[in-house]
Design a protein around this ligand. Structure first.
Ligand SMILES: COC(=O)c1ccnc(N)c1
Length: 229
């Protein structure tokens, strides 16, 4: 998979080269390039925004600068991802879908967002996904891009140490609408708190049943919205 990220704060994306994704890049499973949007600005001040038509607070990012940037990195197999609070909800199934894409281009908007004509024009020649990572507003799309990139790339073959982990994740595979059961490791007793006995019983069927029950209990407590579908 190739990832191109366009932003006015390239340094913000540095953490993407750490940990699992850093190893996937080193292994050649993922190509990552981060670009400074201002490289496609044409004036002396490398301007990327302007006042909003129709009035209102803040500034809007210029479509022409973004259009030139996308033209420079787009390939026939590109999908444009635009993180925005106004987007469709980014979920585990969406992560799995994006993991099947050959090339993802992330447009990190700032200020009051990007002129919608940039998205409209891009949609005339490639798939475009406007995605929200939750019901809150950030200062820019960079952090949301890192969330999406991590959730997507950890699903790629060979990126996760143990591919079984992805199956047992919350919201994935067997747990499509449930959160995962709590996890435990050594020591057997921590500050007077023992590990649930079933987990050291050696009875795999009983462990599986216990974990399924714990997933249901936790989902009811923390995410009852997942049960109403
Ligand atoms: C500027 O981008 C955002 O504020 C943003 C992006 C994606 N999801 C959100 N919930 C917010």
């Amino acid at each position: 998979m190739r990832l191109d990220v366009i932003t006015i704060f390239p340094a913000y994306l540095a953490p993407l080269r750490e940990s699992l994704l850093g190893k996937a890049i080193a292994d050649g499973r993922v190509d990552l390039a981060v670009h400074d949007l201002r490289d496609w600005a044409t004036d002396r001040h490398r301007t990327v925004d302007d006042a909003p038509y129709g009035g209102g607070p803040g500034m809007v990012m210029k479509p022409d600068v973004w259009g030139r940037a996308l033209d420079a990195v787009a390939q026939p197999s590109s999908t444009l991802v635009v993180p925005t609070p106004a987007g469709r909800r980014f979920t585990q199934p969406v992560a799995a879908e994006l993991a099947g894409c050959a090339h993802l281009v992330f447009a990190c908007g700032r200020y009051e967002g990007i002129d919608q004509r940039f998205v409209q024009d891009a949609a005339s020649r490639m798939p475009v996904r406007e995605l929200s990572i939750g019901d809150y507003v950030l200062a820019g799309g960079e952090v949301a891009t890192m969330v999406i990139v991590e959730a997507v790339t950890r699903l790629l073959p060979g990126v996760l140490g143990n591919p079984e982990s992805a199956v047992q994740d919350s919201f994935a595979g067997d747990l499509a609408d449930l959160v995962e059961a709590p996890s435990y490791t050594r020591p057997p007793v921590y500050r007077g708190l023992p590990v649930p006995a079933v987990l050291t019983s050696g009875d795999h069927a009983a462990v599986a049943a216990w974990r399924a029950e714990q997933s249901r209990r936790r989902t009811t407590e923390n995410r009852p919205d997942l049960l109403i579908q």
